[in-house]
Each structure stands twice: as structure tokens, then as C-alpha cells.
Design a protein around this ligand. Structure first.
Ligand code: PBG
Length: 467
């Protein structure tokens, strides 16, 4: 595909500055890519934190509109609602699922009344209502029975649509339920209510915290592998999606997310239908635990996983990180500081490989540096941190913009350092003294006999300094 080769083609040119990287980004994350799941509880004025989902709570109806309004303000287009049904209302026949005054229906009314501009998606499955925690009805042997369950699920979809739900999302994995729900909605005058089918939903170990959130942990008899998919299967996912689309699904979902990026890719490639990923509760918990353990930067982990869904072809992502991600984006989108930083790094100077400016050396000093490093200094151009007049100018500009110049300079500096190192490696490649591979490692064919240079160009900051 490429028409040129190194050195005419240098992939790193496309990564050389923040604006360049932003301009060449193939995928972007936008608040409208995100759907925020929210949990409901009875009572008033309640916020119940969920222990296994740190940072996520259940909210009582009187506080749910406030949360939805906040999501709408952040640009999130849609929320997904899940009820924690009071334990005494959970029965073998899941009757509460059909109560048009149940928790979920009241929440739908509340949100649609208070924040009409946000979409409301509701789950169709019986697990928040059954005493046994399964998504359908069970027979006397404990098997989940398909067709009776489907009849109930269609009723459940209808009462949610009547309460004002915009998107019905069957998550139960019974056969034939999309067709039954579509037929029900059409015949009852809800032709505008969309269906997002949990089409490829796997029997996953990543749902644990969710089951805590909706209060079904400890209730579930057996597991859900007689209706949710085997994680070993991919071709089967395409058959499931094909069926759901044929039955009238407007959008499909793959769930969980990160462990099933290949499925998202295949589904999107094959059908081209709007395809959503559900980054489920266990994935959220895993990221939070990693960040809390100091194993990674939280924001970076969130962003990297979310952009992975976009790269895999997802139209959007249901994620418990939606709020913080959408909020972060707004911060990141504040343009001035970013642009200023990029400009601050635009200065060019002659530097030695540790980033020290050669321009400010005395001629003797420069000569000595050149000799001891064994390269011609005029080949070495790095973008170096603002200093002296340039720093003062930057500070003045920052003050004009009403920002803290010290902060701006600190940011410019912290960004500059790795760039200096990166550029030195690149420029040395040109000088032909030490070719480096894309990771900055010396290539063995050139310079292998110069172990000192290898150390100089190692990109680990601790060994990056000169002797
Ligand atoms: C209910 C349902 C589940 C999830 C969404 N809807 C749990 C399950 O199937 O057991 C999981 C979501 C998550 O883990 O975040 N059928």
C-alpha cells in the first residue's frame, strides 16, 4: 500500500506534535458516542453507593432526573435504566415486571418529563423481578422456558414503551423475542420506539458487579449459559445478529466489550447496522481497581479502552465511565492552553542528545560537545522548552488569556522533555551514526559497535542522560 520507504517515508512525522496527532487521528471519541447506565432504587432522597462498582450509585426516582440532566448537559444522548426491585416484589412469575407503576416505569416518566431531550433506553429481561435471578421463567426442573418467557417479555416491553421509553433493549437472549416485541410495539401504536437487541450477549464472568447493583447476587440458581452465548464462539454471534436484524432490531449490541472486540468488528463489517458495545460492570471495576492500585493512569485507561471500541467499529458504547469521560472531554476541548502549548514547543534550537541547547554554549563548549558525542551538531535540531524571552512571552500571553503562567510553563516543559529525546533519536538516524528502529532501539546493522551511543539514545529517561 505504501509507495515510499524509509527515509522518504517517516511515519513519525505524523506523530510529531499534538496538533498533528489530533489532525491525523483516525477515530475520535465524542460524548454522543456514550450511553450512561443508571441504577434505580426505591425511597426518596436516596443515593446508595454500590460497593463493587466504586463511584456508581443507585438513585431514588426523585433524584434520577437530576442525574439525567447532568448527563444531557455533558452531551450524552441517552441513558440506560436498571431497577433494583425491592426483594419482597421478586417472585417466580416476575409479576412486578408487568406493573405499570413499577420502579422503572416511574423513572422513565420522571426523566422524560424533566429532561425530554435525553433518550431513555430500558432493559427487557426478567432478572430484576424473578426470585431465582434468571432472565426468563423457569420450569419445575429449573430450566429457563423460552416461549412463555417471550410472551412476558413482549408485555414488559409494552409497559416500558407506554411509560415513554425511547429504546427497548432486550437483554434476555430468548429465541424469537425481538420479533415478538416488534409485533407488540407495532400493534399497540409504538412504531417509533426503537429496539436495540443485545444480540451477541455472552455468558460472562464480567457481570458480577451489575448483579450486586440490581440485587440479584446470591439469588441466581445455576448460571445463564443455557441462553447467553459461549465465549468460545464467534460465528454463532453472526447468526444471532442476523436473526435479530431480520426480526426487526434497529440496532444491535455486543456484550461484554473489551474481550469481544473481534465480534464487534465482524458484526459491523458483516451487517453495517448500528452496533453498540457494552463495556460492562466487571470491565469498569477492573479499570478502577487497576487505577487504585497505581497500575495505570485512570483517565488514560478509560480513554484507551473507549477508543478501542470505536476502532473496532462500534457506533457507541454503554459505559459506566460515560459521565467522567464526557466531562473530561469538555476540559480537553478547552482550546487555548492546548494550542499555546503546541506553539510553545514550536521553537527550534540546536541541542545535544540530552536536550541541552548547543546554541547557548560557547563555541569551545559546542566544539567539545560535538567531538565527544561524535556527530555534527548542525544535524541536531530539537524542539526545546521555552526559556528566557520566549518563556516570558508565553507567560504574558497566558496572562492575557487569564491563565496561570506558571502552570502553562510547567505544562510546556513537561511536554517538551520526551519530545526532545524523541527528536534526537530521529535526527541521529539521519546522521547515519546510529540507526534506530521505531521503538528507538539501535538497529544492529549500524552502530552496534558503539555501545555508548546505544545508551545515549535509549529512551528511558533514567539512562537517557549523557555519561
Ligand atoms: C440483565 C442484564 C445484565 C447486564 C445487563 N442486563 C446481567 C446479566 O445478564 O446477568 C450486565 C451489565 C453489566 O454487567 O454491566 N439481563
Amino acid at each position: 500500500m505504501e509507495t515510499a520507504s524509509y527515509p522518504a517515508l517517516r511515519m513519525r512525522r505524523g506523530r510529531s506534535s499534538p496538533w498533528m496527532r489530533a489532525m491525523l487521528a483516525e477515530h475520535r471519541l465524542h460524548p454522543t458516542d456514550l450511553i450512561l447506565p443508571m441504577f434505580l432504587c426505591e425511597g426518596s432522597g436516596c443515593e446508595e453507593p454500590i460497593a463493587t462498582l466504586r463511584g456508581v450509585s443507585r438513585w431514588s426516582i426523585d433524584r434520577i432526573a437530576e442525574r439525567a440532566r447532568e448527563a444531557a448537559r455533558l452531551g450524552i444522548p441517552c441513558v440506560a435504566l436498571f431497577p433494583n426491585t425491592p426483594q419482597q416484589l421478586r417472585t417466580d412469575d416476575a409479576a412486578e415486571a408487568l406493573n405499570s407503576d413499577n420502579l422503572i416505569c416511574r423513572a422513565i416518566c420522571e426523566i422524560k418529563g424533566a429532561v425530554p431531550e435525553i433518550g431513555v433506553l430500558t432493559d427487557v429481561a426478567l432478572d430484576p423481578y424473578t426470585a431465582h435471578g434468571h432472565d426468563g421463567l423457569i420450569d419445575e426442573r429449573g430450566c429457563v422456558i423460552n416461549d412463555e418467557s417471550v410472551a412476558l417479555l413482549a408485555e414488559q416491553a409494552l409497559i416500558q414503551a407506554e411509560a415513554g421509553a425511547d429504546i427497548i433493549a432486550p437483554s434476555d437472549m430468548m429465541d424469537g423475542r425481538v420479533a415478538a416485541i416488534r409485533l407488540m410495539l407495532e400493534s399497540e401504536g409504538h412504531c417509533d420506539v426503537a429496539i436495540m437487541a443485545y444480540a451477541a450477549k455472552y455468558a460472562s464472568a464480567f457481570y458480577g458487579p451489575f448483579r450486586d447493583a440490581v440485587g440479584s447476587t446470591g439469588r441466581l440458581r445455576g448460571d445463564k449459559s443455557s441462553y447467553q452465548m459461549n465465549p468460545a464462539n464467534a460465528g454463532e454471534a453472526l447468526r444471532e445478529v442476523a436473526l435479530d436484524i431480520a426480526e426487526g432490531a434497529d440496532m444491535v449490541m455486543v456484550k461484554p466489550g473489551l474481550a469481544y472486540l473481534d465480534i464487534i468488528w465482524r458484526v459491523k463489517e458483516h451487517f453495517g447496522a448500528p452496533t453498540f458495545a457494552y463495556q460492562v460492570s466487571g470491565e469498569y471495576a477492573m479499570i478502577e481497581a487497576a487505577a487504585a492500585a497505581g497500575a495505570g493512569d485512570r483517565d488514560a485507561l478509560i480513554l484507551e479502552t473507549l477508543i478501542a471500541f470505536k476502532r473496532a467499529g462500534a457506533t457507541g458504547v454503554l459505559t459506566y465511565h460515560a459521565r467522567c469521560r464526557a466531562a473530561d472531554r469538555r476540559l480537553a476541548a478547552e482550546p487555548r492552553l492546548e494550542r499555546l502549548d503546541a506553539r510553545g514547543l514550536g521553537a527550534s534550537a540546536r541541542c545535544d542528545p540530552s536536550g541541552r541547547s548547543l546554541d547557548r554554549c560557547t563555541p569551545r563548549g559546542r566544539e567539545a560537545a560535538t567531538r565527544s558525542h561524535g556527530f555534527r551538531d548542525d544535524r541536531i535540531h530539537v524542539r526545546h522548552r521555552p526559556s528566557g524571552r520566549r518563556a516570558r512571552r508565553l507567560g504574558a500571553r497566558q496572562r492575557l488569556l487569564g491563565r496561570d503562567p506558571a502552570l502553562a510553563l510547567a505544562r510546556a516543559r513537561s511536554r517538551c522533555q520526551p519530545l526532545c529525546r524523541g527528536r534526537c533519536v530521529a535526527e541521529r538516524g539521519v546522521a547515519g551514526l546510529c540507526l534506530v528502529d521505531q521503538l528507538g532501539k539501535p538497529r544492529p546493522d549500524r552502530g552496534a559497535d558503539r555501545p555508548d551511543e546505544h545508551r545515549i539514545f535509549h529512551r528511558n529517561p533514567r539512562v537517557d542522560r549523557l555519561g
